[in-house]
Design a protein around this ligand. Structure first.
Ligand SMILES: [Zn+2]
Length: 376
């Protein structure tokens, strides 16, 4: 299922195999929250921009159109026309960040839908059932993301509960995969490490969840407002306790620099809304740093967004044209910007893999980790 081909320091070059194909790692997963990538990008486009894994949101698809609808349409792969690997998150993050009036108990969480206020209950079993109906390749365990900053007492009680929830997720996931009419009986389950910014809680929790022999392990609850160095310190603290033969996923992170630094700390999987969100705000990534395409200086600029990029947008359109589309509020502006930024992230991880293959990751990190954080 997962094989580490090569290492350089803690960085790993690997291959991950699931029901819908093989994934070269490190990998950046492209976020299609509601079965579409925000900015009018479809699964057909993902093929053109080097996407390996699509990520969809359990919470959103459960509320709309409903996971039963997706199941009756043959599962998420068929519904959205993506035949590659799909990861679904557990819904936990959205339940805790988007919905109002939530109430947490041992059984699960009761919350109000952000769409119509309807009261909904979701616990470990419900999350597994929804993800099974969606038929994703990787299901994520239902966990609690505690708010930052959290008190030690609250974070401790929360990650103890998240451990009990994982035990229930594993049992329900096994039961669902064994049913005769399961959409994807080869669905895998990743456990999620929590513990806020307390290293001892993080390590204790990681040791406990590692015993449950999940198919992979994620570090959750980071990039929620803590300083970047704190995030790196937590990864450094937890990594030695993550099973070396399982894929490791840093959830919701981050900037190009964060990804390079995550790889350097032993992470294999990443996802983030940043490339698409920034694109929708005219902020574009290039190999020399980020730029804002609305800037006056691009008014007559005939060059592509990034002369070093070979994405479908940079092969065809000028900065001046993109700037015009944003000024005119054409929908095409967002679409082209999102395509370029996602291509950039997919290319970033491809170049990281190439550097690892060639034993040149340290040099790649030295050249790009800071440069990509800069502005043009
Ligand atoms: Zn481009």
């Amino acid at each position: 299922m997962f094989e580490v081909l090569k290492t350089e320091g803690k960085a790993r070059r690997g291959v991950f195999t699931c029901a819908h194909g093989t994934v070269q790692t490190p990998v950046f997963m492209n976020v299609g929250t509601q079965g579409a990538i925000k900015g009018a990008v479809s699964a057909l486009d993902l093929k053109e921009i080097g996407c390996q894994v699509e990520l969809s949101n359990t919470y959103h698809l459960h509320l709309r159109p409903g996971d039963q609808v997706v199941r009756q349409m043959g599962g998420l792969h068929k519904f959205m026309r993506w035949d590659g690997p799909i990861l679904t998150d557990s819904g936990g993050f959205q339940v805790f960040s988007l919905s109002g009036l939530r109430k947490i108990k041992e059984e699960g969480v009761t919350f109000a839908s952000h769409i119509d206020g309807r009261r909904i209950f979701m616990g470990p079993e419900e999350s597994m059932q929804i993800q099974s109906n969606l038929g994703s390749d990787i299901a994520m365990a239902f966990d609690e993301c505690v708010e930052n900053p959290a008190t030690y007492e609250y974070a401790k009680a929360s990650c103890e509960r998240t451990l009990r929830w994982l035990e229930r997720c594993v049992a329900e996931h096994n039961r669902l995969n064994a049913l005769p009419d399961t959409v994807n009986p080869r669905q895998m389950l990743f456990g999620i490490n929590q513990g806020a910014t307390f290293e001892d809680l993080r390590i204790w929790h990681m040791k406990e969840i590692a015993k449950l022999d999940c198919d992979g392990y994620a570090i959750g609850g980071l990039a929620v407002g803590e300083p970047t160095q704190v995030m790196y310190d937590i990864i450094d603290a937890v990594e030695p306790w993550m099973p070396a033969d399982k894929p490791r996923y840093l959830m919701g992170v981050g900037t190009p620099s964060n990804i390079i630094e995550g790889v350097a700390r032993g992470v294999d999987f990443f996802d983030c809304v940043m490339p698409a969100r920034n694109a929708r705000h005219a902020k574009l990534f290039t190999w020399s740093g980020a730029l804002n395409i609305r800037n006056e200086k691009y008014k007559l600029d005939e060059r592509p967004i990034d002369p070093d990029c070979d994405c479908p947008v940079c092969r065809n359109f000028s900065r001046a044209y993109l700037r015009h589309l944003f000024a005119a509020e054409e929908m095409l502006a967002m679409r082209l910007a999102v395509l370029h930024n996602l291509y950039f992230y997919n290319k970033l991880t491809q170049r990281i893999r190439q550097a690892l293959d060639e034993g040149q990751f340290a040099a790649f990190r030295a050249e790009y980790s800071e440069k990509l954080s800069g502005r043009l």
